[in-house]
Design a protein around this ligand. Structure first.
Ligand code: ATP
Length: 218
């Protein structure tokens, strides 16, 4: 188990590519923990994200290292290398089953609205939706799917459950792709991600066009 992981706590399983981790991710985690909805947030970077196979994703060790740096000030956020150590595509159902066993089911899957809109394309999506609880955050640019759309994919009960899992948390327009694009053209990314992560990106020149040595630690 990852260091710092508390088996008795209600855990939010937060999967993603995290290329890089940004303040949108951290704001969600902060909302969950500060409102008491969840006791700890487990960040699980995907090794080969099934939905992002068309673009080059930064190596897992860099994405993991950036998450570690960003989470360092927050004892209730933990990172796991579970998916990075598994061969093949990262399927949420496998990760969720693994951590549900460890936490005796005290687990909720954390998603943004874009992920909800794609959920029907995920591996064993029906099973995932039936067996797990979700917390879903709104995201600018992604409308909430309507009941009919979800019901035609998952049936009425699951559709109602998913819509009922959408919460009125903080809304953030930050995305990893925007951070990468801005860094690549030399635009300012302050306020979008932790300074330590920005420094790491520059040091390792993760996104083409990013010069090293000009990041500020925050
Ligand atoms: P990219 O821009 O490369 O697609 P991303 O910003 O969406 O990346 P991911 O690591 O793919 O980041 O996202 C992991 C999870 O976090 C997904 O469920 C996604 O919906 C959610 N998420 C990411 N950013 C936000 C945000 N600003 N608001 C709400 N949810 C978000």
């Amino acid at each position: 188990m990852p260091e710092g992981f508390d088996l008795d706590s209600c855990t939010g399983l937060f999967g993603g590519t995290f290329d890089p981790i940004h303040n949108g991710h951290l704001n969600l985690a902060d909302h969950l923990v500060s409102t008491g909805a969840i006791d700890q947030v487990l960040f699980v970077p995907a090794s080969t994200p099934p939905h992002k196979q068309r673009r080059r994703v930064s190596p897992g060790q860099h994405r993991y290292a950036m998450i570690e740096l960003a989470l360092a000030p927050f004892p209730k956020y933990v990172v796991s290398d579970f998916e990075l150590l598994r061969a093949g595509p990262s399927y949420t159902i496998i990760t969720a089953r693994h951590f549900a066993m460890k936490t005796e089911g005290n687990l909720r899957l954390v998603l943004g609205m874009d992920s909800l809109r794609q959920l029907h394309t995920w591996h064993r999506a029906q099973e995932l939706c039936e067996h797990f609880e979700f917390v879903i955050f709104r995201r600018p640019g992604y409308d909430m799917p309507d009941l009919n759309m979800l019901a035609s994919a998952f049936g009425n009960d699951v559709a109602m459950k998913l819509l009922g899992s959408i919460i009125d948390g903080p809304v953030s327009a930050v995305s990893s792709s925007d951070v990468r694009r801005r860094l690549a053209c030399g635009a300012d990314v302050s306020g979008m991600l932790s300074g330590v992560v920005e420094n790491y990106i520059r040091q390792h020149q993760l996104y083409p066009g990013v010069p090293s040595g000009s990041g500020k630690a925050k």
